[in-house]
Design a protein around this ligand. Structure first.
Ligand SMILES: Cc1cc2nc3c(=O)[nH]c(=O)nc-3n(C[C@H](O)[C@H](O)[C@H](O)COP(=O)(O)O)c2cc1C
Length: 199
């Protein structure tokens, strides 16, 4: 196995934090990045944990926010409306870095944040928001649902569209290395420097 070079962030909390946000920001634009499709967990309406993959649509280190789009008719939307506590995680097998975020979600339907997210979405993505019946409805056959094809019907999907902003409170980092793993946690609200944890 080739030697794994020691990266500059290895023993540096500030660089680790910056690297984590850089990876997440890259995940928005780079569809090949593993952080493009992180897993988001919420508390189910029955109290059980629920996790699913979403596409990362926004990330801003300065405000410690991340964003994804979803249909307001989904379970996750109802779950986050009831309890905004949310977790997001991703793992980059190439760089051997796991990032875990915990925070609170704010749901946007009829505001400027949602309007901007809808405008930024591609026509192909918008089609999903016109699906009928609603996501999660039990079907007689697997194909017993429809998607809009006319422009007006696709535009009407805006009524089902929402964007979810995750206000990150903590960021946890795990870097797997032959020289010894490195694990760190950052309290984002206090803007603290972070602490190392036993991996
Ligand atoms: C690669 C991939 C990307 C996905 N992106 C999204 C997304 O951005 N938003 C979303 O609501 N669901 C997305 N899904 C579907 C969800 O994982 C999930 O199946 C669906 O939203 C229903 O989840 P819920 O019932 O917990 O709300 C994606 C699934 C995959 C496999």
């Amino acid at each position: 196995m080739p030697d794994q070079p020691i990266p500059s962030f290895y023993n540096d909390l500030a660089e680790t934090r910056a690297q984590a946000w850089a990876l997440l920001v890259r995940g928005v634009a780079d569809r090949r990045s593993p952080f493009h499709a992180p897993t988001v967990a919420s508390l189910g309406l029955d109290g059980r944990p629920r996790a699913r993959v979403v596409i990362l649509r926004g990330c801003d280190a300065a405000s410690a926010t991340l964003r994804f789009n979803t249909d307001r008719r989904t379970e996750k939307f109802a779950e986050l409306a009831r309890d905004p506590r949310v977790a997001l995680t991703g793992y980059d097998a190439g760089s051997k870095i796991q990032i875990r975020i915990e925070g609170e979600a704010s749901l946007h339907i009829n505001d400027a944040v949602a309007d901007a997210a809808w405008e930024a979405s591609r026509p192909f993505s918008r089609i999903c928001y016109g699906t009928a019946p609603a996501p999660g409805v039990m079907l007689g056959d697997g194909g017993d649902f429809s998607l809009p094809s006319e422009d007006a019907a696709i535009a009407a999907g805006r009524a089902n569209f929402s964007t979810v902003v995750i206000w990150a409170r903590t960021l946890e980092w795990l870097y797997l290395a032959h020289a010894g793993h490195r694990r760190a946690r950052f309290e984002l609200s206090s803007n603290g420097q972070g602490v190392w944890l036993t991996p």
